[in-house]
Design a protein around this ligand. Structure first.
Ligand SMILES: [Zn+2]
Length: 182
């Protein structure tokens, strides 16, 4: 039985960079990775990391079924922006790891800027064999775990995750910025 792994971290922590490195590692051994990212993220079938590396990828969307994939030559399934997976898609990915013996590695945010746990992240936190955290730091030096929205014109939609609209902050700074003490 292959593993289902969820790697999470705040924005700009290097999740996509890490995923693209894993894809490269498989390819350098002559193995084929299959890479997915979310269709709603304003991406044209491409995973682009903050360091400028990119690669062509398949797109998933809310109605997409991973069970329709022909994975006969796939050594690993890599899913970026995994916070946008639905509960049933995470179950499908669990089926792929368990029944088809293809490792599945998902990368994504845990919470939105409103501190809501994303549907995909919630399901993965419950189902993944292994949880890994990629760390980044707040401007105060502590570990950043939340996103603070810096752009007041951004929509309230949790899917609006344009990197120019947010900074990654620690929980203490997020509370100072978003809540007043009672
Ligand atoms: Zn801080």
């Amino acid at each position: 039985m292959a593993k289902l792994i969820f790697t999470y971290g705040a924005m700009d922590a290097g999740k996509t960079t890490s995923m693209l490195q894993v894809a490269h590692n498989y390819e350098s051994k002559g193995l084929t990775p299959r890479v997915f990212t979310y269709k709603g993220c304003d991406k044209a079938g491409e995973c682009v990391c903050r360091l400028g590396v990119s690669r062509k990828s398949d797109l998933f969307y809310k109605e997409y079924s991973f069970l329709s994939l022909d994975l006969s030559s796939t050594a690993v399934l890599l899913v970026d922006e995994a916070q946008f997976l639905t509960n049933s898609q995470v179950l499908e990915l669990g089926d792929i790891a368990s029944c088809r013996n293809v490792p599945v590695m998902c990368y994504g945010l845990r919470t939105s800027w409103q501190a809501h746990v994303f549907e995909g992240a919630n399901a993965l936190l419950g189902l993944a064999d292994e949880l890994r955290e990629i760390r980044t730091i707040c401007s105060c030096g502590k570990k950043a775990i939340m996103a603070h929205r810096t752009c007041s014109t951004a929509t309230d939609c949790d899917e609006d995750i344009g990197q120019d609209k947010y900074i990654s902050v620690c929980r203490g700074c997020w509370f100072k910025l978003n809540r007043s003490c009672p």
